[in-house]
Design a protein around this ligand. Structure first.
Ligand code: FNR
Ligand code: LAC
Length: 350
């Protein structure tokens, strides 16, 4: 996928504040840069003389059937990219046969997004608020609307320092709200998102909150934002049904390890028990292949899909995902594997 052109096309149609909100990370953006660099550093050891006349990348994860193990990462406020925002993203994901993870901070209600893409599979990304009544209500609504998993994001106890958001006084334009929460993230001084988050999100999360969610809804709980093996064990011991190795796309603790570099230890600690997913810096099918070879069950893609949404709406999203699927199939053929089950760490040159 030609990411530079895609990002450039998106930048043309987005406001500077919105563009920098999406493109940016925290502090010096060290981890943003590391995330892509780390996948590029991984070296493969391809097989030859294996029959790859037919290559299959169909996957099943927590009961969801997918064309390929590539999900749409949860991303806030998608109407900043396109009028149809999350609804267009959901339709594009459904067309490409994959799961969209819908952010708590969406610019349409979770019910309206579900109604917009009837054939698709949606998971609900959950930001626990200090107001636990409101929080309970959110996950109950997601279950009632047909969402099939709760993705509990655990790496935002506070919002990081994001210079680009502060410079542009990030807030939503008139007529746009975080629909589930009825706020437009009004900025008093700097980033309206930081002001909202720091006031509203619960910084007191512990592993017990996984059980708390399971006492409210009958859905699998996926813990997103783990970088350490010991935390992955704490999460799964507390009932997590999957974990996502992630540094939030370099948007939270700057200087945190690249997700590709954090993945193997987490796989080693819990990969035998629950699926381990990964996101951050995945830009094409070769990166997906490397993640699977390092032990991930699936990956999530963030910013490129925001750009695809901005530049091409639903068609842009479906087209981008289909291109990644083509690239993954080609990487599999070139590495001599006909099926996802044959991808393992023996394909990594170490
Ligand atoms: C995010 N991310 C995110 N994560 C989450 O759990 N809830 C959210 O609301 C958001 N919002 C959000 C907005 C934007 C604009 C971006 C770019 C990212 C993080 C996201 O799910 C994912 O972890 C990273 O985006 C993955 O990195 P790449 O693919 O963008 O490099
Ligand atoms: C972000 C939050 C909303 O990264 O997750 O912008």
């Amino acid at each position: 996928v030609d990411h530079e052109s895609l990002e450039a096309a998106a930048r043309e149609v987005m406001s500077p504040a919105a563009y920098h909100y999406v493109a940016g990370g925290s502090d010096d953006e060290i981890t943003v840069a590391e995330n892509t660099a780390a996948w590029r550093r991984v070296r493969l050891l391809p097989h030859v003389l294996n029959d790859v006349s037919t290559v299959s990348h169909a996957a099943t994860l927590l009961g969801a059937d997918m064309t390929a193990p590539v999900l749409v990462a949860p991303m806030a406020t998608q109407r900043l990219a396109h009028d149809e925002g999350e609804k267009a993203m959901a339709r594009g994901a459904a067309r490409a046969g994959t799961v969209m993870v819908v952010s708590t901070m969406a610019t349409a209600t979770l019910e309206d997004i579900a109604a917009a893409a009837p054939g698709g599979t949606l998971w609900f990304q959950f930001y626990v608020h200090r107001d636990r009544g409101l929080s309970e209500d959110l996950v109950r609504r997601a279950e009632a609307a047909g969402y099939e998993a709760v993705v509990l994001t655990v790496d935002v106890p506070v919002l990081s320092n994001r210079r680009r958001e502060a410079e542009h006084h990030f807030q939503l334009p008139d007529g746009m709200t975080v629909a589930n929460l009825d706020t437009s993230l009004e900025s008093v001084e700097g980033s309206g998102l930081a002001e909202y988050t720091n006031a509203a999100f619960d910084p007191g999360l512990t592993p017990d909150d996984i059980g708390w969610i399971k006492s409210i809804v009958d859905l699998p709980v996926v813990v997103k934002g783990v970088l350490r093996a010991d935390d992955a064990v704490r999460a799964t011991d507390a009932g997590a049904d999957a974990v996502i190795v992630s540094n939030h796309g370099g948007r939270q603790m700057d200087g945190a390890i690249a997700s590709a570099d954090a993945l193997p230890a987490v796989v080693e600690a819990v990969g035998g028990n629950v699926p381990v997913l990964v996101d951050g810096g995945i830009r094409g099918g070769n990166d997906v292949f490397k993640a699977l070879a390092l032990g991930a069950s699936a990956v999530l893609v963030g910013r490129p899909l925001y750009w695809a949404l901005a530049a091409g709406g639903e068609d842009g999203v479906a087209g981008y995902l289909e291109e990644i699927h083509t690239e993954l199939a080609r990487a599999m053929a070139l590495c001599g594997v006909a099926d996802l089950s044959e991808i393992d760490s023996s394909l990594i040159a170490s």
